[in-house]
Design a protein around this ligand. Structure first.
Ligand code: FAD
Length: 511
């Protein structure tokens, strides 16, 4: 019997026959994330454990037979992270319960396979929130995926990325013992999981943004806030596309509205033209779209405070007569409206990604310091123009389009949403992938920091020679400590084995 067959039998004894499969139709169903730039990848075995102990038993069996494993949440990954060619694919979505909502101590305990859609639907009516309410893909994407992808999402302008709201995790290490550990306050067996730091070094961080390379997260302890009940959304259309002015206004809003600022997104002119051609002003007049759109959500614990925030916002935006105020055009299923809408805000990205559904997207979203807003825009356009002949057929976007779609994060950084599109054909695959890596390397070299990394982005970071040799060694040593047989998520970060010399993937002599 092959080692895969033997492992199958042993895992079946743990899970029962309903939650394991090696059938072709199942392998096909799990062969992709939302990342069609990658070829189909078929796992040998698909498993759907329900508890950390089951995950641990699977890990032990995988170690016994030296079979690689890849964890998967909602599979909404855009960068090749949650699929595997061969090996065991661990679908964690049966681990989908809220285990504790502690309103006294402001934390919540969830299983990592719960979707944001499920969590937010249950939590929102109670008047409590995790602050960051997950990515644009949140109806399917899970909390485990959010922690592993350092996800930015609804509420991130104020509350930060998903790892920023994390107080600790329960995680199964990929070692031969399938060790289960808890991090944060939960590492103290006498303590509640109410805070992150102070028991030992911050080992929670080892598993944040790891794209499933350091462990399999099974539970998460997350921060909880009373959801400020007074919210308002406002949209402002700028009368020109000067991104230095975008920076100035964004900075001023951040400085003056402070805690009242929940979400701040900039949609580029072209997207507004495509998605909201029928826009009208508050007075009902047709609008000429000459610049980007600010979508801003404010929140407060009291209507009077919210009114002051709104007044301040109006003052900033109307200062140089650069902006037009208009109702919410995008991201709202209910159409035009003035008020905060959970559904609309939850969906903020979908409304923008949909203009080119027939092509595939090679996404390169990343973060840069806020003061670089104008410069980055120029750099992206420069790259797109300089490399225009190398872009794959089917790239629907004019240069720099996406670089103008931006999302503020706490402190001095913001997300530049981005990417390009290409034909979804086998012939185009190599060209798509080459350009994707090249563009990402270019971003890394202008100091960009990404968030989802999967295979394509994590490999491009290595290719760009971002890490010092010392850092590369440290990373490898840490990975060896938790995964001595090198079984969890191979290929990410161009780690293909511990013996492999990573420097052979460096791409030099490139701008
Ligand atoms: C329309 C659309 C909108 C999107 N909007 C955003 C956005 O606004 N912000 C954003 O950050 N991303 C966004 N994404 C990308 C992606 O959906 C998110 O990053 C999301 O958090 C992934 O969650 P998931 O559960 O689907 O993870 P998966 O795709 O299943 O996995 C993602 C990575 O995490 C690992 N992983 C998953 N679960 C675990 C676990 N329990 N333990 C260890 N490793 C694990 C996987 O191996 C993989 O590398 C979007 C994608 C789409 C298609």
């Amino acid at each position: 019997m092959s080692k895969v067959k033997e492992a199958y039998k042993e895992i079946e004894n743990v899970l029962g026959s309903d939650f394991i499969s090696d059938k072709d139709f199942m392998k096909a169903a799990y062969s992709r994330n939302v990342d069609p730039a990658f070829p189909d990848r078929w796992a040998d075995i698909i498993v759907r454990p329900e508890t950390a102990e089951e995950v641990s038993d699977i890990v032990k069996i995988a170690n016994k037979y030296k079979i690689p494993m890849v964890p998967r949440g909602g599979g909404a990954d855009l960068v090749g992270g949650a699929a595997t060619q061969g090996g065991i694919l661990l679908d964690l979505t049966r681990m989908n319960k809220i285990l504790e909502v502690n309103k006294d101590d402001y934390y919540i305990v969830v299983e990592c396979g719960i979707t944001w859609g499920d969590l937010v639907s249950q939590l929102h009516p109670t008047g409590y929130t995790t602050g960051c309410i997950g990515p644009g893909s949140g109806y399917a994407a899970t909390i485990g995926g959010g922690l592993s992808n350092s996800t930015a999402g609804g509420g991130s302008t104020k509350y930060g990325l998903v790892p920023d709201i994390c107080l600790g995790v329960e995680v199964v290490l990929p070692n031969p013992q399938g060790t289960i550990i808890k991090t944060g306050a939960a590492a103290n067996k006498y303590a509640k999981p109410f805070c992150r730091y102070g028991v030992s070094p911050d080992f929670t961080g080892l598993f944040m943004g790891d794209v499933g390379t350091m462990g399999i997260k099974t539970k998460a302890y997350l921060r909880l806030w009373r959801d400020p009940p007074f919210k308002a959304s406002r949209n402002y259309l700028l009368n020109n596309g000067d991104y230095n002015n975008v920076f100035k206004l964004a900075h001023e809003v951040r400085n003056n509205i402070g805690d009242g600022l929940r979400d701040f997104m900039v949609l580029p002119q072209i997207i507004v033209q495509m998605t909201a051609g029928q826009l009208r002003t508050a007075e009902g007049k047709r609008i000429r779209i000459k610049g980007p759109l600010f979508q801003i959500t404010l929140e407060a614990t009291d209507q009077r405070i919210l009114d002051i925030h709104l007044e301040n916002l109006e003052k900033i935006m109307s200062k140089d007569k650069m902006t037009t105020l208009l109702p919410n055009p995008a991201g709202s299923a209910e159409g035009l409206e003035w008020n905060y809408n959970l559904k609309g805000n939850f969906h903020f990205f979908q409304a923008s990604i949909s203009p080119s559904p027939s092509n595939i997207s090679m996404v390169t979203c990343h973060k840069v310091p806020i003061s670089n807003m104008g410069q980055v825009y120029k750099k992206v356009i420069d790259f797109d123009i300089k490399n225009k002949d190398e872009f794959p057929d089917g790239n629907a976007w004019p240069p720099g389009t996406f670089a103008t779609m931006q999302y503020l994060l706490p402190n001095g950084n913001f997300v530049v949403l981005g990417g390009f599109t290409g034909d979804n054909t086998d012939e185009a695959r190599e060209k798509n992938m080459n350009m994707w890596h090249k563009k990402t390397r270019y971003q890394v070299r202008y100091g960009a920091v990404h968030y989802w990394l999967g295979e394509s982005i994590s490999q491009s970071i290595v290719e760009a020679d971002a890490y010092t040799p010392e850092y590369r060694q440290f990373f490898k040593d840490m990975k060896k400590t938790v995964d001595p047989n090198f079984l969890l998520s191979p290929n990410k970060f161009h780690m293909h084995s511990y013996e492999d010399d990573i420097t052979k993937y460096l791409v030099k002599d490139e701008e």
